[in-house]
Design a protein around this ligand. Structure first.
Ligand SMILES: Nc1nc2c([nH]c(=O)n2[C@@H]2O[C@H](COP(=O)(O)OP(=O)(O)OP(=O)(O)O)[C@@H](O)[C@H]2O)c(=O)[nH]1
Length: 144
């Protein structure tokens, strides 16, 4: 199982999503920025490093929101989501992603999101108690 840490970066009612580069695995899917935990790192340390490497961001890693598991073919991923509060700074994509987007959680097109991310999105919505605009996810976090 791959241990992966990702950040649900929140600025007001918007959440930061990044699109995986089309040439890589799960190419074209939107995800929360982050990456694999290396030996000797804690998950928050790995996440802070990945945010710097992938987006040139310097952010404080907040509380653990939840963990989800998903199998992509024969590759198992255990995805640990952390809440992060945004501090204004430049976002520079360094190669893992080809786009980024600030979006309201309820407006996310779920079929374009990496499947492992869905439970973490639900956990954020539950925690924020926010209702989506388009009915894609209800308050309990079930997709319709
Ligand atoms: N960073 C990140 N990875 C995610 C998310 N959701 C998800 O399923 N993953 C998976 O977790 C793994 C994280 O690897 P990584 O971000 O270091 O990317 P990578 O290109 O080196 O992975 P690769 O070994 O699949 O090529 C990938 O298999 C990726 O598809 C997410 O929200 N953020």
């Amino acid at each position: 199982m791959l241990e992966v840490a990702c950040a649900l970066i929140v600025d007001g009612d918007k959440l930061l999503l990044c699109r995986r580069h089309p040439n890589g695995s799960q190419g074209g899917l939107w995800e929360f920025p982050g990456g694999k935990c290396e030996p000797g790192e804690t998950l928050p340390q790995a996440l802070a490093r990945e945010l710097k490497e992938e987006l040139c961001l310097d952010l404080e890693i907040g509380h653990h929101l939840g963990t989800s598991e998903h199998h992509y073919g024969n590759k198992g991923v255990r995805l640990h989501g952390y809440h992060c509060r945004w501090h204004p700074q430049a976002i520079t994509l360094t190669g893992s992603h080809d786009r980024y987007l600030w979006v309201e959680p309820g407006d996310i097109e779920l079929q374009t999101l990496a499947p492992a991310d869905l439970p973490l999105l639900r956990a954020l919505i539950r925690q924020q108690g926010s209702l989506p605009n388009n009915g894609a996810i209800d308050r309990a976090g079930h997709s319709t």
